[in-house]
Design a binder for this molecule. Structure first.
Ligand code: FE2
Length: 270
C-alpha cells in the first residue's frame, strides 16, 4: 500500500474496534463474452487510472488483494464503499469475485457498478440501470447492496446505498431502526454527505430528476444523520481524494481516496 490514512474516533468502547475503509477500486477487466465496445473501453480506462494515480507501482487489483490481507492481519473489518467495478461487465464481475470471495467484508455500491460505460449518456442511463441493477445484485448474492449493518465490539457499522444521488425512504427507515439499538454508529456510503449531487447544489439533470417527495426524504435523512448523537462519523469515497469536512446539519465526513492509488484508511474506534 502506498499510504494508510489513520483516523481515530473516541466513544468509550471497552476494546478498540478497527475498520479498514477501501473505496473506488475501479477494476478495469474484460472477458471474451463482453461486447467489443466495453472491452476497448476497459483498455482505454486502464491508462486513465494509471495517470490519475500518478503511475503507482501496483495495479488496483493488487491493492485490492493487499487491502483484504491487511484487514485480516490487523483484525480490522473491511468496508468497501463502491466503484469497485469501473463498469458493469463480466470481466469485472469475475475479478471482483476472484479477489473478494472467501473474505469477510461489508460493501455498498457506487454508480459505476451499474454503468455500461464510465460515462453512460444520462438519457440512456435510467433504462440501462433498471435492467443492470438486478443483474449485478444477483451476481453477488452475498452482498446486501441497499443497506447493511453489523455490531462489532459495541459499535454499529452501517452501510447505506446513496449511489443514485439520493437516499431512498427505505434506507431512511432502516437507519432509524438502527438508531433504536442505542449503540454508537459509523456510517459508510459512496457519495460524501456534502456531495453536490446529494445536496443538489448543481442543477439536477432533468432525466434523473426525483420527485419533490423523494428529495424531501433525502434532505430529512441528511439532517437526521447530522442530528443523531449516536452517529460518530460518516465515511465515503466517490471523489478519489482525501477530505475531512462537516456536512450541512453537522455530520462529520471523511472522504477516502481511491484504492487504485494504493491508499486506504484505517479507522480505530476507541
Ligand atoms: Fe470512483
Amino acid at each position: 500500500m502506498e499510504q494508510i490514512i489513520q483516523t481515530v474516533l473516541e466513544t468509550g468502547l471497552e476494546k478498540p474496534v478497527r475498520i479498514l475503509h477501501a473505496t473506488d477500486v475501479h477494476l478495469v477487466e474484460y472477458a471474451a463474452e463482453d461486447p467489443v465496445e466495453q472491452q476497448e473501453h476497459m483498455i482505454a480506462r486502464r491508462e486513465v487510472f494509471r495517470k490519475e494515480a500518478n503511475f503507482p507501482p501496483h495495479t488496483q487489483n493488487e491493492y485490492f488483494e493487499e487491502a483484504f490481507r491487511m484487514a485480516e492481519e490487523q483484525d480490522a473489518l473491511m468496508v468497501v464503499t463502491g466503484d469497485v467495478m469501473d463498469i458493469n461487465c463480466k470481466g469485472n464481475w469475475k475479478e471482483f469475485h476472484r479477489i473478494a470471495d472467501g473474505h469477510d467484508f461489508m460493501f455498498t455500491p457506487g454508480s459505476h457498478e451499474f454503468a455500461k460505460f464510465c460515462r453512460t449518456p444520462k438519457e440512456d442511463f435510467p433504462a440501462y440501470y433498471a435492467q443492470a441493477r438486478p443483474q449485478v445484485e444477483a451476481a453477488f448474492p452475498n452482498i446486501k447492496f441497499r443497506f447493511d449493518s453489523r455490531v462489532v465490539g459495541g459499535l454499529n457499522v452501517v452501510t447505506i446505498d446513496n449511489s443514485e444521488d439520493y437516499f431512498r425512504e427505505q434506507e431512511f427507515e432502516a437507519l432509524k431502526k438502527e438508531a433504536e439499538k442505542g449503540l454508537p454508529m459509523v456510517l459508510f456510503m459512496h457519495e460524501p454527505l456534502h456531495d453536490h449531487g446529494l445536496l443538489r447544489i448543481a442543477t439536477p439533470n432533468p432525466v434523473l430528476r426525483r420527485t419533490a417527495e423523494e428529495y424531501r426524504i433525502n434532505d430529512e435523512m441528511i439532517s437526521f444523520i447530522g442530528r443523531c448523537p449516536l452517529i460518530l462519523a460518516t465515511f465515503a469515497g466517490h471523489w478519489h481524494g482525501q477530505t475531512e469536512a462537516v456536512a450541512p446539519f453537522g455530520a462529520k465526513v471523511y472522504v477516502t481516496p481511491g484504492l487504485f492509488k494504493g491508499i486506504v484508511r484505517m479507522i480505530e474506534v476507541r
